[in-house]
Each structure stands twice: as C-alpha cells, then as structure tokens.
Design a protein around this ligand. Structure first.
Ligand SMILES: *[C@@H]1O[C@H](CO)[C@@H](O)[C@H](O)[C@H]1NC(C)=O
Length: 348
C-alpha cells in the first residue's frame, strides 16, 4: 500500500468528536460521514502513524488503553426499543443482524459471528473476555412517541425509563444492553449534524438505575448521505466522488443503520461505563474500538474507498453473511491483537 493511501485512510477514518456542553462526559458517538480532510480538527498529524502492508490502519501509535472498568463479559441481553413507526420488514432485518452475532457456526464465512470475534478479544482486569453470546432478550414498541418526535440526548434516557417503569422491559443490571432505535421521522439532538448514533449509560436520577444503552437513528429521510454512507453520498462530492453503493437488503436507511448498530454495540460491550477501552487522553471525548475503523469495510480501504467487499448477483454490496441467508455491510473493528482494523472478509 502506498503511504499516501494510508495517509488518507487515517485522516478520513478518524472520528469526529463533538465536545458536549453538558456537565457529563459526552456520550460516545458515531458519525459515518466521509468528508474532505479539512474538517477534522482533532486528527493527529499523519506522520504520527506508521503503515503496514498487511493490515489497514495498522499503527503502533494508536494508544488504545484499558482504564480498568468493566466490559460486557456476561452473555449480553439486548433489549430493543422501537421508537416511532417501524415497518415489520425493517424490524426483522435489524433483528436478523442482532441474532446473527451469535448464530450457528454453520453460517457461511465471512459471518457476522466472525466479525464479533474481534470484539471478544477485549478483556477486563480479571481477564474475562467480552461475551460471544448476544441474545435478543426483549422488545418494546414505543409507537406513541412517549417523549415526542424530537429527542434530546437526555430524553433518550426517559424513553428507556418509561419502558422499564411500565414493565415493558425488565431492568437487567447484570446482562442488559438497551438499544433505542428511532424511526425516520424522529429528530434527535445532534443527529445528522454531528452523530449517527451514540452509547452511554442511564443515570439513576432519570432511569432509577445505571444501565448501558445505545441509540441509533434511521437516517433514510433526514441525512442518508451522512449516516447511511456509502449507500448515499454527499452531493458536494459530485462526479469526482465515489458513487453510492447498492445496499445489501435494498433499504438505504436500515442497511445504513446496521453498520452503526454494529459500531455502537462493539463500543458498548468494550466501554459500557465509558471507563474501559478507549484511546485518547480525554475521557469526555473517547476514541473507541469502532471509531478507529469508521468507514473501513474491507482490505485496501482508505481515501474514501471502503475496501474490498463482496457483490451479490445484482450488484448489492456486503461483507458479512448472517442467518437466513441475510447479508450485511458492517464496518471493521480495531483488533487489540493485530493492532489494526480487522474483519472476517480480509484478504490476506
Ligand atoms: C480473550 O482475549 C484474549 C486477549 O485478547 C485472546 O487472546 C483470546 O483469544 C480471547 N478469547 C476468546 C474466547 O475470544
């Protein structure tokens, strides 16, 4: 690989970090935008990175560190909250992705389960790995928009509190990971402008408990070119930029959400209380295990190119197989063993 390619990969793959004005540490957040490199105020100089012929994004100078907090090492019970109006076909697509994380080894390789194997390489201070087991333990449809159609970061905690208080979902301290998914008509603070998803934990004063959770929005109507990239591309790229790729399941918004859900779950598992695995000196703006590989889906990626992925018979792009013959396009994750971004569709 040319050095220039790595230069562009690193520049483009480093996450936006938006400092929160709130007194709390900023929730970890995802922005799937590719853009010109003029807009990245927090990236280190490219000379800080070494290059590797083998592993994309490889660097000895990414100081991902463990900060002694817990990881999700017990079997993970995912509780889904469908906020707003959701089509059953979209719900089953997202469910099938989540269920594929722990699906049977008979799933064709490269699989979603193999993708999660990189996440399970992270351990806590007792040496316990993140669990391989991710179960869909409960679901609640908040179809009446209990906190309105315009959510803030804090009101997402109220959505979770409402679901648990009314008994729609259990309070699962030991194994629970709560995932709030908002429909395309719901606006969320900083959505599209600065984030596509984030994870954090609820406050006892709001929810009664400290529960790790993530939010991911359907960007299909509001900003697919930001949050469902590469299935939509910014118009300013014009003819010079990459063309949008055909989503594996034919839905720009939901196929785009899948990668963001994967991103947030990987980070939730490795940094559930924002005191475990992250890089950077500033805990209010952590760079986490999926942030380091944002925009990278296959070997050779960089410079706005997502890397080598597969194509089905009609040209739809994917890099992972799931249950029921499903296919997904999900970003790679930083491997603590390879010290590089890794995914099961890597070409050696
Ligand atoms: C647990 O993590 C260690 C350290 O990364 C790794 O060597 C080992 O293979 C992991 N075990 C599992 C079951 O993933």
């Amino acid at each position: 690989m040319a050095g220039a390619q790595f230069f562009f990969f690193l520049v483009l793959s480093l996450p936006y970090i938006v400092h929160s004005a709130s007194p709390y540490p900023a929730p970890s957040q995802t922005l799937n935008v590719r853009t010109t490199h003029h807009n990245h105020p927090h990236r280190p100089p490219p000379s800080a990175f070494s290059t590797s012929d083998k592993f994309e994004g490889s660097s000895d100078l990414v100081h991902l560190r463990y900060h002694m907090g817990p990881v999700l090492s017990s079997p993970i019970n995912v509780y889904l909250i469908w906020y707003g109006k959701w089509a059953p076909t979209h719900q089953s697509l997202i469910r099938d992705f989540l269920l594929s994380i722990s699906s049977a080894p008979s799933t064709a390789s490269p699989s979603v389960a193999e993708w999660w194997a990189t996440v399970t390489l992270y351990t806590d201070q007792t040496g316990a790995n993140i669990s391989r087991s991710v179960l869909l333990a409960g679901e609640f449809s908040d179809a009446s928009y209990s906190s309105g159609r315009s959510l803030t970061r804090l009101s997402i905690q109220h959505v979770i509190a409402a679901a648990t208080r009314r008994g729609h979902l259990p309070i699962d301290h030991r194994n629970g990971a709560y995932l709030v998914l908002t429909s395309p008509d719901v606006t969320v603070q900083d959505f599209c402008r600065a984030v596509c998803g984030f994870h954090y934990f609820t406050f006892p004063s709001v929810a009664g408990y400290t529960l790790p959770y993530a939010w991911v929005g359907n960007s299909g109507k509001q900003c697919p070119e930001v949050c469902a990239y590469p299935f939509a591309v910014p118009t300013y790229m014009g003819g010079a930029g990459p063309r949008p790729l055909a989503p594996p399941n034919g839905d720009v918004g939901v196929d785009g959400m899948i990668s963001v859900i994967g991103h947030e779950l990987a980070e939730l598992a490795s940094n559930p209380l924002v005191n475990a695995w992250y890089a950077g000196e500033d805990p209010t703006a952590p760079t986490e295990i999926a942030d380091l590989c944002e925009g990278l889906y296959g070997s050779g990626g960089g410079g706005g190119y997502i890397g080598q992925v597969m194509s089905d018979g009609v040209g739809r792009k994917y890099n992972l197989n799931g249950m029921k013959g499903r296919r997904f396009l999900v970003q790679w994750i930083w491997s603590p063993v390879l010290k590089a971004c890794a995914g099961p569709n890597a070409i050696d």
